[in-house]
Design a binder for this molecule. Sequence first.
Ligand SMILES: Nc1ccn([C@@H]2O[C@H](COP(=O)(O)O)[C@@H](O)[C@H]2O)c(=O)n1
Ligand code: CDI
Length: 158
Amino acid sequence: MMRIGHGFDVHKFGGQGPCILAGVAVPYEQGLLAHSDGDVVLHALSDALLGAIGAGDIGRHFPDTDAAYAGIDSRILLRDVFAKVRAAGYVLGNADVTVMAQAPRLAPFIDAMAANIAEDLQAHVSQVNVKATTTEKLGFVGRKEGMAAEAVVLLVKA
Ligand SMILES: Nc1ccn([C@@H]2O[C@H](COP(=O)(O)O)[C@@H](O)[C@H]2O)c(=O)n1
Ligand SMILES: C[C@@]1(CO)OP(=O)(O)OP(=O)(O)OC[C@H]1O
């Protein structure tokens, strides 16, 4: 049996850079504001994984009111989420992630982002695709107010 999941997340720019995206420190004049490290990519991916096993979302598992998660590396959250996926009897089939950012330019960092995700999801890098798009200067992304990410995952029975 297979299970599909989708995730979406947004964080606002603010403070000092870099932006942490899939665990990669991407140089930028501002960072992403959040309770955690603001890793919008891993939050969308974690939500997709939780969605696929019918387990809600990361806000339910790691409340942003809990001091334990202040400034936390979102890779720790992703690995915890993936442990739940394994406990439910699944492994990753593939994951596809889209990052919406007018800036910074992400192309030089995409491979490192995919490698981190593959490592955390006990998968081969060929099972993980990460891509970026601007929004052609439209909307909050286009005005460089923040960044958004979407993720889709397919899980397969272990
Ligand atoms: N922050 C971004 C956004 C996009 N890219 C890459 O630029 C190419 C064109 O993007 P569109 O906005 O026309 O979809 C595309 O190949 C993106 O991967 C980027 O590096 N950083
Ligand atoms: C990750 C958590 C927990 O630190 O907080 P934030 O970093 O603010 O991120 P968000 O995407 O709002 O999601 C869920 C949270 O509970």
